[in-house]
Design a protein around this ligand. Structure first.
Ligand code: GLN
Length: 273
């Protein structure tokens, strides 16, 4: 299949420092699902060797999880013109998926278990605080219902009217409190942003921020397609219909997990771990 007229550049934030917990799977999923449709794809690492122009050149951004120490190194690098380029991209609707440590960096600040507060980019109106090494980490399967209005509507359409559940896995010490930014979703199983208010993640313009590893996109491939579609629409200034792919195994795996966690797919019942 060739469809070389469409090209996508995936910007991958600090691959060497922010790819713990398998989040590179999100990059691979966007890459493969684009290539299967015949688009040409480039993966551009956005790291210490990158310029603000590199950041400006990408069509979709992926940021993975990191440990506290790595987050600090990244934040020392992501300053000045590079920080501004990131802000401009997200403010202007470049789509992206940011997991765990990445949303903490896009917020106002992150307070690690030990050491100094790490200043964030302040693009997302949220703060994250790790209550200390003796506090239990939030670990386990995670299911959310996407409630961010525009995204929920798009995903529901892609799922033929079904509730847009996302299946994943969380592993974080930090607890996130949202300010005025819209939550990505509501926790159906697991702990989410802080284990208290039932929110999970954040949604800003076209940026999806989440605590959900898994990685997220291979487990919920329709989200990858939403990112691809959004990136193409923005780049080519017209809606581009994606060729459907054969996803029955992925959808079966997702359904098996929902069943195992006793999430009634028509009438969700919140289950705390
Ligand atoms: N270091 C952060 C925390 O523990 C992020 C962890 C992660 O990215 N999985 O909250």
């Amino acid at each position: 299949m060739t469809n070389q007229k469409y090209e996508l550049t995936i910007g991958w934030l600090y691959p060497k420092l922010m790819s713990t917990y398998g989040d590179r799977g999100n990059v691979i999923t966007i890459e493969r699902r684009s290539q299967w449709r015949g688009y040409s794809v480039k993966v551009l690492p956005l790291d210490q060797n990158s310029t603000p122009e590199d950041i400006k050149s990408v069509d979709v951004i992926v940021g993975g999880g990191a440990q506290d120490r790595q987050q600090e190194i990244v934040m020392r690098d992501l300053q000045g013109a590079k920080a501004e380029a990131m802000r401009e991209k997200l403010d202007n609707g470049t789509p992206g998926v940011f997991t765990c440590g990445s949303p903490q960096l896009l917020g106002h600040y992150y307070e690690p278990a030990a050491g100094q507060r790490i200043q964030g980019l302040g693009i997302l109106d949220l703060v994250s605080i790790h209550p200390g090494e003796n506090t239990k980490r939030c670990i386990g399967n995670l299911v959310i219902e996407v409630t961010a209005e525009r995204l929920a509507q798009d995903l529901r359409t892609m799922l033929g009217g079904a509730t847009p559940y996302l299946v994943g896995f969380e592993n974080h010490g930090g607890r996130t409190k949202l300010g005025k930014v819209e939550a990505l979703g509501q926790v159906v199983y697991g702990l989410g942003n802080n284990g208290e208010d039932g929110t999970e993640g954040a949604f800003y313009q076209n940026a999806i921020a989440t605590y959900s590893h898994g990685p997220l996109l291979p487990k919920n491939p329709f989200v990858a397609d939403w990112l691809i579609q959004t990136a193409l629409r923005l780049k080519y200034q017209q809606p581009i219909a994606l060729t459907p792919l054969e996803d029955s195994l992925e959808m079966q795996a997702r359904f098996a997990m929902l069943k195992r966690l006793k999430v009634n797919t028509t009438n969700p019942e919140a289950v705390k771990v």
